[in-house]
Ligand binder design. Structure first.
Ligand SMILES: [Zn+2]
Length: 144
């Protein structure tokens, strides 16, 4: 058996230990029983961001706002990416208007912005909406 991966629950923020070979088996949170790796983007907030940055899987963050047309156009692409990357990368959406302090802390200057975190630290960032092949291509360049 391989070393288990630490993965935060998107609902209760509890850290789960999940063996790598079981990532594809829809693991559930030991604390709240929610699905730990949903096939859809999770919602990031000021309150859960620090907790969700933890763990061994990379976290890809889509910083968006409801008034932003390109953000809305990009949303379905991001959802599709969440399905394709399930078990390899976690995807989360951060509403910059709901979390202005966090957006400022992350130095967000334009939206949509994509931020890739590895080991809790920012590894790459990109501004502007992408197509799904562009997004997956960019992530491949980042080693995903
Ligand atoms: Zn939980």
């Amino acid at each position: 058996m391989s070393t288990p991966l630490l993965i935060p629950c998107p609902y209760c923020n509890g850290l789960n230990r999940i063996p790598a070979e079981r990532l594809g088996e829809t693991p559930h949170c030991g604390r709240c029983k929610a699905v730990v790796l949903p096939a859809a983007p999770i919602t990031l907030t000021q309150g859960n961001f620090a907790s969700q940055l933890k763990g061994d899987l990379p976290l890809l963050v889509d910083v968006w706002a409801s008034w932003c047309g390109p953000c809305r156009a990009f949303a379905p692409v991001f959802e599709q990416a969440a399905t394709q990357l399930q078990g390899r990368c976690r995807l989360g959406k951060l509403d910059s208007e709901a979390a202005p302090q966090l957006a400022a802390q992350l130095a967000i200057r334009s939206i949509p912005s994509l931020l890739l975190f590895k080991g809790g630290a920012e590894a790459a960032r990109l501004s502007g909406a992408l197509s799904l092949p562009q997004l997956l291509g960019w992530l491949r360049q980042q080693g995903l």
